[in-house]
Every structure is written in structure tokens, then in C-alpha cells.
Design a protein around this ligand. Structure first.
Ligand code: KG4
Ligand code: ZN
Length: 335
């Protein structure tokens, strides 16, 4: 019949994941295996360890996703896979599995930009209204992407140094939280009061760029001072840091929406799970941009996952934009 079922593979960092999407917007399966435990003792993702995990789990994820979707492999209409940005060895594992599958089943193959995947996580339950603006906030990226239509991506603002998730993880390390620290800091912040004074880097500049390394340094100095005096209030620090970060993100988002007119604001990447960011975005849209639709994907679709890769793969399939089986990984891929 006229249905299109796309399987998507994601292995760019520390999640091995396979998702299946039917007709662009219907989620059939999303199997995510995290390897965070293996990396925690190192305080970050170790590329070699990550590649080996992907190798170990990729086939399980594929089989499990097919089972969850209650389909047969022969029902699939195409295979999509992240080919960048990400860790070279990790990308290679997913790509190889995807190419083997596409060749084996004689199906078209679609190379997907991981960041496009994060944006399209928002499209899993509805049709994005274009023009749209995406705020991508993850461990490796902080950027505004303007989308005139479903296949055009233009970066109109980015971080000049650390990504916002990276800042969360580095601050977490300073105060003894496990990697990745975003969720833990978010929870600690809810129990604290934002009474430490911290800078809001670049907030009042007219452009749409970010910088988080100065904030990180300010937090480090503060933590050292408070520790010396034995007065560090971890929850208050978390609240103060989170308030500074979110204030900058919200102020720049407001600036972006004032500069360009869009019908939808999409938030993507792991930090999109942040509770304060979410509530402040809802407030911003309600008060200042009531005609713009705000889409923040559900928690399980915010972090890295195969379903978002299948979602963008479905758009490529609809537009018949296939990739050759010789497609190489591109660790530094941008839009
Ligand atoms: O998109 P993602 O899963 O992986 C990358 O492509 O980077 O994002 C992971 C990042 C980590 O830095 C993590 O600390 C952060 O997202 N994160 C959060 C929250 N949940 C995850 N940051 C702030 N608040 C959260 N609730
Ligand atoms: Zn990601």
C-alpha cells in the first residue's frame, strides 16, 4: 500500500538507538540503550569505550525495534542513519550496520545530520509549520537554526565556546555530580534559591550568539571561594547557575523571534528536557508570541534517539533524497 516505514539508527555519541517511524509522524518503536554507566567513572564519554558498546548493542537494538513495531523487516521502506556530527568510531558502527541492512534488504539508504534529527524529533506527532525556528541545545551544540522549509537549515546564532549541556556537565563535575549532570543540576535547582550572583554572558548584545565559558569560570571561582569558607550551598548554586543559563537562552530566543517571523519554535537536544527552560519558554510564547506554536518534544525524544533519525529520514524519503552506500561518516558535519 501507500505507507512508508523508515528505520533510523543513531550511534553518534553514547546512546545506541534504533527507532521506526511510519508515514513521517507515527512512532512505531524507539529502542534506546544508554552506556552512561561505563563512562561515569571517567567523567565523560570515552570514544573507544563508546564504539565498543555500539558494536555490542546495535544488532540487539535493530531486532528489538522491529519486534516493538510489530512489523517484519520486509515491511521496511528505507534505512536512515546518523553520519555526523559525532565521534568518528561511533558513527562508523551505526553507519556500517545501516548500510549492511539497506544492501541486504535492497532498500534506499538515507544519511541523516544528527542535528536535523534533533529538530525532527518535534515532527514525530505533528507537521511542523514553516517557516520555523529551532533552538538546539545539547552537550555538543547550542544554536538557532532558521528553517524556511522542511529541507533548508540556516544557522543564525551559535555558541562561541562551550555548548550549554557541556557547561551543565562541567559545573556538575565541579560540585561532585555524576556525568551527565544536566538532569541532576535541574533537580537540585528546584530545591534551591538563586541567590548567588552570576554573569549573563553576551545577553545584551544584539546578535544571536552565545558564550558559556565565562559563566563556567565564574561558577568555578565561586565554588572555590565558598568551599574555602565551608559555605557552599549546592542547591542554591545549581539554582543560580540554571537561572543564569535560562535567562540568556530566553533573552536570545526573544531577540531571534523579534528579528524573524516564524510560525513555530522547536526546541531540540538533551537540554530541551530542562524544567526551567521549558516553563520560561511557555511563558515567553504565551505573552510575547501567541501566534507562534511552541514544540518541545517529550522527554524520551529530547535526548539522542533513533526515532528522530527515522523522522528526518522519512522527510528525505518523501523528497527522494537518497545517499550512496559509499557515504562516509563526517564527525564535524554542520548544516
Ligand atoms: O542531545 P543529547 O542527548 O546528546 C548530545 O548530542 O549532546 O544531550 C545531552 C546533554 C548533556 O549535556 C546533559 O547534561 C544535558 O543534555 N541534559 C540536561 C538535562 N537533561 C539532559 N541539561 C539541563 N537540564 C536537563 N534536565
Ligand atoms: Zn544529540
Amino acid at each position: 500500500e501507500d505507507q512508508q516505514i523508515i528505520l533510523g539508527i543513531e550511534s553518534s555519541c553514547d546512546e545506541t538507538s534504533v527507532g521506526i517511524v511510519r508515514n513521517e509522524h507515527e512512532l512505531l518503536a524507539n529502542v534506546i540503550t544508554s552506556q552512561i554507566k561505563s563512562h561515569q567513572r571517567f567523567g565523560g564519554v570515552v570514544p573507544e569505550v563508546a564504539s565498543r558498546h555500539h558494536l555490542e548493542y546495535i544488532n540487539y537494538c535493530i531486532e528489538e525495534a522491529i519486534k516493538q513495531a510489530k512489523i517484519k523487516k520486509s515491511d521496511l521502506n528505507g534505512i536512515a542513519c546518523t553520519y555526523g556530527p559525532g565521534l568518528a568510531g561511533c558513527l562508523m558502527v551505526g553507519l556500517t550496520a545501516a548500510k549492511v541492512m539497506a544492501a541486504d534488504l535492497n532498500l534506499p539508504f538515507y544519511g541523516v545530520n544528527h542535528m536535523a534529527g534533533h529538530i525532527y524529533a518535534a515532527a514525530i506527532d505533528h507537521k511542523i509549520k514553516f517557516p520555523a525556528l529551532a533552538l538546539l541545545v545539547s552537550g555538543g551544540h547550542t544554536e538557532f537554526v532558521y528553517m524556511k522549509d522542511e529541507l533548508s537549515f540556516e544557522i543564525i546564532g551559535t555558541t562561541l565556546d562551550d555548548a550549554v549541556g557541556e557547561a551543565y556537565d562541567k559545573i556538575g563535575r565541579l560540585i561532585g555530580f555524576n556525568y551527565p549532570a544536566g538532569k541532576t543540576i535541574d533537580e537540585a535547582a528546584k530545591k534551591g534559591t538563586a541567590n548567588y550572583e552570576l554573569p549573563r554572558p553576551m545577553m545584551n548584545r544584539p546578535d544571536l550568539n552565545f558564550s558559556f565559558s565565562g559563566l563556567k569560570t565564574a561558577v568555578r571561582d565561586l565554588v572555590e571561594k565558598e568551599k574555602r569558607h565551608g559555605t557552599l550551598e549546592v542547591n542554591d548554586l545549581a539554582a543560580s547557575f540554571q537561572e543564569a543559563v535560562v535567562e540568556v537562552l530566553i533573552s536570545k530566543t526573544k531577540k531571534a523571534l523579534n528579528q524573524i517571523s516564524v510560525r513555530e519554535l522547536i526546541v531540540g537536544g538533551g537540554v530541551a528536557a530542562n524544567s526551567l527552560l521549558k516553563s520560561k519558554l511557555i511563558e515567553l510564547i504565551q505573552i510575547d508570541f501567541p501566534h507562534c506554536q511552541l514544540t518541545i518534544p517529550p522527554l524520551r525524544l529530547c535526548g539522542d534517539n533513533g526515532a528522530m533519525i527515522a523522522a528526518f529520514g522519512s522527510v528525505l524519503a518523501k523528497n527522494q533524497i537518497t545517499s550512496p552506500l559509499t557515504l562516509d561518516s563526517d564527525p564535524g558535519l554542520s548544516f
